[in-house]
Write a protein that binds this ligand. Sequence first.
Ligand code: SAH
Ligand code: SF4
Ligand code: F3S
Length: 440
Amino acid sequence: MKRYHVTTFGCQMNEHDSERIKGMLESLGYAQADAREEADLILFNTCSIRENADNRFTAHLGHAKRLKSERPDRIVGVGGCWAQSVKEEVFARFPFVDVAFGPGQVHKLAEFLTSDSITAQGFFEFEGFTGHLPARREREYQGWVQISVGCNCVCSYCIVPSTRGREVSRPAGELVAEVERLAQDGVREVTLLGQNVNSYGRDLIAADHATFAQLLARIDAIEGIDRIRYTSPHPKDMREDVIRAHSELSSLCEHIHLPLQSGSSSVLKRMRRTYTRERYLDRVALIREHVPDCALSTDIIAGFPGESEEDFEQTLELAEQVGYDGAFTFAYSPRRGTEAATLADQVPHSVKVARLERLVEVIQRRARERAERFVGRTLEVLVEGPSRTDPSRLRGRSRHNKVVNFTGLGAPGELVQVEITGATSQTLTGHESMLMRAGT
Ligand code: SAH
Ligand code: SF4
Ligand code: F3S
């Protein structure tokens, strides 16, 4: 039996796509290899969101080159956003690569692998979504659901619209059926994926039409699904119906990841985010009004071209004011083919790094303060397995998406009640409430 090895970079959409790539390969009769050295087919599912994503990946590619020279019959494949963004250049720059494919052409890999032997090629009917391919889930109790692909926004720093194309939604009925299948298969938590989940459905014809809020309600009604998450909403499209859904639908988790990018309206304008600082804060106020205990996380870019000290201070001030439960912070990275990369006022690297440090200080301090509210409470935790730092303890996630390390007996995939005794900016600690266990 031939064996494959897939290395995944980038976002949750790429993780989802890799599960589909693996599912597809297993349908072709391949088995997963534990290490790259043992594989006949070495694959990379790549990301190109920032320059360091490119660099990390090209270092791995050097390893594949060595393995290929040891055993030339090995196949090396490169898929994902980086592959899409460099397209034809891949083979010139890396002549040992046998096959390359973008995020919307995963099925081409199957065609490539089966082109000499006429096997189940017809099985992979491609209609644009990797969500149509079979999946091999990393965790049996958690599932990704690709609700749309592509992005119609034109954020001036971002490479994604050019790698993933225009936004296309999958019909609501199809998504509900997919989640029903997942539930029957033991999945308890689903994460709905799209570049801008709030604009879900706008491109669908009447017969299949649903808004994102309606889709959430239909998924909430599915027996067996205890938790629904989604990523990412765009602040410009974050409407009250979706915010209210967090208080009305029992399985929709109390966590919203609302990417800010900058706290300065003039920077936001040059980023082409199409909302202002005020509009963003208004969304936060609406969330706090309807779902007071909701955890909020975000993405922020420091050092966007032309970002002045005053602009940056507005970001710090907003982060201070909102008090995020967590945030991903990035130094602006110029990307090929994007508008922002051509702007004159690029911020020096040292300034970006210094701003990032100041930002991280505020984010972590506020996150730690926010986490304090959980100490003394009992939270529902979905057990994931042993703690990474102390295998005698367990690790899981609360509905607020906080990592919880705790002592207890829960098995992976089980929902347990944990009494929270400590909090840092990143994690909570506690012990399983045996009282509740005895009672259930
Ligand atoms: N579609 C999602 C996520 C896009 S990528 C959204 O809009 O929320 C994830 C994050 O990477 C972005 O939110 C942004 O903060 C960051 N990012 C994207 N391009 C970047 C760039 N060129 N430099 C630095 N950070 C970037
Ligand atoms: Fe990129 Fe903006 Fe689309 Fe997100 S919304 S994927 S940041 S263009
Ligand atoms: Fe995701 Fe990276 Fe592509 S963040 S959408 S894999 S560029």
